[in-house]
Structure formats: C-alpha cells, structure tokens
Write a protein that binds this ligand. Structure first.
Ligand code: PRX
Length: 635
C-alpha cells in the first residue's frame, strides 16, 4: 500500500489547483496527517518584505514523535535504518523503529546529562555513522537546535560555524573512514575549539578505536555516557515555529550563512514531498547517497523517510571504494527499491566504464532519483539505461537548502518526465520566471530568473543572527518574490528545466561555494595580492573552480608556479576544506578591471570556458592588455 496521496496525473492536477486557489486549506490537510500535541491557531502569516513567515502558529509538535513514536505500534519491528560501512567486509547494521527509538531517547538523555536543554545549539561534526542520524534526532527530541557541519570541512570552517551559532556542545568521532583514507575528526575539532569559547562539552564516538586526546572536564566518550542514562525520554512539546536546525550554506557574498528551518512547517513539507515524489510501498527500501552534512541528508535520509515510516539507508563510504561498482553492489545486497543520488556520482561511475554496473542485477530498483545540480543528457540516459534498465521512472528533483524540500520534480510514475527537466512544480509550490526587470514571463517557451511567489511550509525563516541578510539575499532582488539564484526555462508543455546559478555561486559536485568565499581563502596566502574565481564546465563535477591569482612577487626565481599553486591549495584546504580546491590556478599579472576597479568576471568566465569568440568590448578596461596575457597563459 503506497503512502502517497497523488497516484495519477489527474490527482496531481487537482491537488495543484487546490494548492494555488486555497493554499491554507491545502496545507492544513497535509499537516493533519501528522500528530500534533496541540493543533495550530493560525495556518499562515506572511509577507516577503521583511520577510515574516509563520506556518501553523500556536501548534505544539515534536518531529521525533512523528518520526518514531507514531510508528511503534504498527512498525515497531520494521527496519527503520540500514547502515552500510565504508569497508564492505565490515558488519552492517540494521535498526528497527523500536531500536532506533530507544537509541534516540538514550542519546537525548546523554545530551541532557551534558547540560543541553531546549533552545541550545548543538554542533554535529561526524562521519556517516548511525550515531549521526541518532544525534540529529536526539537534539530534536529535546528541542535543542542542531547544526550539522559536513565532516569534510576544515577546522577553520568548522570554527566559523560554531562561533556563528554559539554552539554549546559538539558531537564528533575519533576519526572517520573515507574510502582508503582515514581522517582525524577529533583532532580537527580540537583545533577548531581553540577559537570557540561557547563550547562546554565534546561527546566523542569511538569509530576507529583510536586513542585521541581527551580534555578532562570537556570531552567524554559516548560509550561511557550511555550506561549512565535512562532509556526513556519523552518528546519535548515544541512550538511549530521554534527552530529545528541551522544549516550553513554558501551564497554570493561573505561568509556562509546559517539557514534556519522551523519545526512544524519543515515536517509537513518534507513529509508530503517525500511520500509523493518517491511513491514507496510499505516493504520498499530507500537509499539516498548524500551526506547528512548537507540538506539532502537532513530531509531525505533522516526526516522524510522516517516521517513516512520507510526504511532508509545510510552509507559511510564513497562510490568508488573499493571499486566503482560499490553503489550497485549495495543495491543488490539490500534489495534497494528507491535510489537517490547526484549527477556528479553518476558521471564519475559512467566514466569508470559499464562493466562495473553490468555485473550487478539491480532487479530490485523501482525508482531512481537525481539531486543537487543539473543532470546532463548523456548522464540522464546512462542512468536510465544502465541503472534503471529503462523501467524505473527518474525523479530529477530541484530544490535548495533554503527550500527544505523538493520544489520541482516529477512524481515517480505519476507525472511526466523528460530528460534533463525537473518537470512540474509540486502542489503548494508556485514558481515563476522573471525577466531582468522583474516582470513575470507568462506562457510557455520562456526562460528567466526562477522565483517563487507564495510561501510553502518549508521556506527558510531567516539566516541565523542576521535577518537582514536573509532579506537582502532572497527577497530584495525582486520585490514580493523569493529569489532562488537559479535560471530556468519553461518548455512548451510547462515543464521546468533548471539551467544553473545566475549569481556568484559555483556548484561543484552538487556542493555550493561562493566565489568570494574561495577568493577570501586564497587571499589569506601571504604571496597573493588579489584573486578572482569563476566556475567553468567540468565533465564530472558539473562545474570546476578556476582561480586567477596575482602574486606580490611574480618574478621571484625561487618560486615555481607549481609550488605557489600547491601552497594556495594548502591555504584553501585549511580555510575551507579539500572540497573547495581549485581545479585550475592561473598566475596572472593583472585582472580585467573597469576603470572604477570592478573585476569583469564575465570576461574571466569566458576565458575559463575557452570561449574566446565573444569577449565583448574590452577597450574600456583599465588595462586591456591583461586580457591578451590571460588568454595566452590559460590552462
Ligand atoms: O542550482 C541549484 C542546484 O543546487 C542549488 C541548491 O544547492 P543546495 O542548497 O546545496 O542544495 C542541494 C540539494 C537540494 C540550486 O540552487 N540544484 C539542486 N537540485 C537541482 C539543481 N539544479 C538542477 N537540477 C536539480 N535537480
């Protein structure tokens, strides 16, 4: 029996119509499917000017009661979580709903024992081990706000996020496995904490059995804490508009900002979108390959599947370890029916050759999905033919950290799909395309800036500690609209195709970086005077990072360009993390600037793309000759 309510195109059309005509009635109906401790008084209050958005105000709710307690009677013995370790020879783990419930309650009590209560911020810096999902849920159980930081970020990036959120406690592990490598997570935390006075406690999961430094009075091992606490922990009754989590994401300016999501609206939106996009049967097994450090993992590894009472899978490793057949081996091992991954993973496995995928049956698959960046035609077809065997609908799901859940996507097997198109908006989502002046482009066969004109329950409420930044970033470009930062096209049938970012955000393997953020990191290197970073098309990553760098002493004979490049890479690894390392670093004498000193990124983007046909008028630049030199030296 499917848990979705939309089973036919007609169902979708009716729901969509109602959701536009009567959005409050539509979302009230969805919200009623969850368990409320007290029903809300006011369904929606909003304006996009401040912005001020409140859903289900007055309602009392706990998301873990909906993810766990609510299922115990019917699904207590159903598998809630499958965990596949990095090393295929290590034992996997399966937790039933009852077992997961017990573990979450215990972890919640460990948090309480270590001084955490409602409203405190807990930072989670952990690999993809079961304790990560359990920690997220434990925070939500007692009303603490979780801020998960992807464990690939450096100590400096972690410190910035801890300081911004004033986190009181960190949950981490001794180290982590990543393919053949191991990374010292606890040491990174220790380094970060030299600059984070707000942190009082560190709870360490013993993943690798390493002897790590433990600071007396600050650091405790989880396995020593668990026997000290009770198994029982009642869900804290939370206000619908209390904060559930903060998740940092990059924008076109400044430091990454903490996107804030609140409890009630987030739960309703993620529950509705998960059930209707994926269309799971009760016995199906779902696997999303994202990391819980990103929004996809929050919404569609932890909360969405558990709200729906589904079986969700967590994978500790990487797609190419021990070989590029790993994903397909795991699908056969557990009989995965619903598989959700990113185009960059598909492209890298495609490049590894068909043999790896052809040696597995993949018979269990029913639905396959894509998320994080535009999927190119070739990757779409490869995914369809070799993974889906042309019998599995592909859901290409467009959404963002800020939207909490899927906004535009086909509903598996229910609404039309088209290669490279995210297709139709979900009920309750009202996308529009605007021209450069902010006028709505009506009708079909149009292309413009993708905005949303009406709030949905999962919309971000603010950016942590800086509401004005939220207003400026998302609500000031086009008055009265939420601006996504993406460009999109609507085809002759009204299907949407996402073209990509139109701001200074680079999407590398589905991960967002601001050009300014990378430039700031590069400029920390003492040899660098100035830098400019742009994205360029990359076969595997979608976009690669191209950095143009001016040095203080370009003629120093002791400096080989290789050495300078590797030093710059080290600086970026220390400031942000390896994931932000440029693919290309070109040392230049000057940058193309206007007379007022503004860098002409458009020209640099063209050069990085190797498209020299249309550089535009360069005669008005401060020094037009630098363009020639950059072209000559391009990599
Ligand atoms: O440019 C869009 C791209 O990823 C951005 C959001 O990134 P993030 O907040 O990290 O969330 C990623 C996971 C939801 C968007 O602005 N993007 C995401 N999904 C798609 C996509 N671009 C095209 N097609 C998609 N399906």
């Amino acid at each position: 029996m499917k848990s979705s309510e939309l089973r036919s195109f007609e169902d979708y059309q009716k729901a969509y119509e109602l959701s536009v005509k009567e959005p409050e009635i539509f979302w009230e109906e969805q919200a009623m499917k969850l368990k409320w401790i007290k029903k809300w008084d006011k369904t929606l209050q909003w304006n996009f000017d401040e912005p001020h958005i409140k859903w289900f105000e007055g309602g009392k709710f706990n998301i873990t009661e909906n993810c766990l307690d609510r299922h115990l009677e019917k699904r207590g013995n159903k598998i809630a979580l499958i965990w596949e370790p990095n090393d295929p020879k290590e034992r996997f783990l399966r937790l039933t709903y009852k077992e997961l419930y017990d573990k979450v309650c215990q972890m919640a009590n460990v948090l309480k024992r270590n001084g955490i209560s409602k409203g405190d911020v807990v930072c989670i810096y952990m690999p993809m081990i079961p304790e990560l999902a359990i920690s997220v849920l434990a925070c939500a159980r007692i009303g603490a706000i979780h801020s998960v930081v992807f464990a690939g970020f450096s100590a400096s990036a972690l410190a910035g996020r801890i300081q911004d959120a004033k986190a009181k406690l960190i949950l981490t592990s001794d180290g982590l496995n990543r393919g053949a490598k191991q990374i010292p997570t606890k040491r990174i935390v220790d380094e970060a904490l030299e600059h984070c006075p707000s942190v009082q406690k560190v709870i360490v999961v013993d993943r690798l059995g390493w002897a790590v430094d433990m600071i007396e009075g600050r650091d405790v091992y989880l396995h020593n804490e668990l026997p000290m606490v009770d198994k029982h922990c009642p869900p804290e009754p939370m206000d619908a508009e209390d904060t559930l989590f903060i998740l940092y994401t990059s924008g076109s300016t400044g430091k990454p900002k903490g996107v804030v999501h609140t409890i009630g609206g987030y739960a309703v939106f993620v529950d509705y979108t998960f059930r209707n996009v994926f269309q799971m049967d009760e016995s199906d097994i779902y696997w999303c390959t994202a990391d819980i450090g990103w929004v996809t993992g929050h919404s569609y590894i932890v909360y969405g599947p558990l709200l729906a009472g589904a079986t969700t899978t967590m994978f500790e490793g990487i797609p190419t370890y021990p070989d590029p057949g790993r994903f397909w081996q795991v699908i056969d091992k557990y009989g995965i029916t619903h598989f959700y991954t990113a185009p960059t993973a598909i492209r890298s496995l495609m490049a590894a050759g068909e043999d790896h995928v052809l040696s597995y049956s993949l018979d269990s698959l029913k639905v396959i999905g894509s998320v994080g960046e535009p999927i190119n035609e070739e990757a779409w077809h490869w995914y369809n033919i070799h993974v889906g065997k042309e019998k599995c609908p592909i859901v290409d799901t467009w959404w963002q950290t800020e939207t909490a859940g899927i906004m535009i996507s086909s509903l598996a097997g229910v609404t039309p799909t088209k290669p490279t198109y995210a297709a139709y908006p979900l009920p309750g989502v009202q996308p529009v395309l605007l021209d450069g002046e902010g006028n709505e482009l009506h009708g079909n066969n149009v292309e413009g800036y993708l905005c949303i004109k009406y709030p949905w329950p999962g919309i971000l409420r603010t950016t942590y500690g800086d509401h004005d930044r939220c207003r400026q970033t998302y609500f000031s470009n086009y008055k009265g609209y939420y601006f996504t930062g993406d460009g999109a096209k609507r085809d002759e049938n009204g299907l949407y195709r996402i073209i990509g970012r139109v701001d200074d955000v680079i999407n590398v393997s589905g991960h967002r970086f601001g050009t300014a953020e990378i430039e700031n990191a590069i400029n920390i290197n003492k040899k660098v005077v100035e830098s400019a970073v742009v994205g360029y098309p990359h076969d595997i990553k979608g976009q690669g990072i191209y950095a143009f760098v001016i040095l203080w002493n370009e003629n120093d004979e002791n400096e080989s360009p290789e050495r300078v490049r590797s030093e710059i890479n080290e600086t970026i690894t220390a400031e942000i993390g390896k994931i932000a390392k440029p693919d290309k670093i070109q040392i230049v004498r000057g940058l193309p600037k206007t007379r007022s000193g503004k860098i002409m990124r458009r020209i640099l983007r063209k050069i990085a793309e190797n498209d020299l046909s249309n550089l535009g008028d360069i005669s008005t630049l401060l020094d037009p000759t630098v363009v020639e030199e950059i072209i000559e030296g391009r990599i």
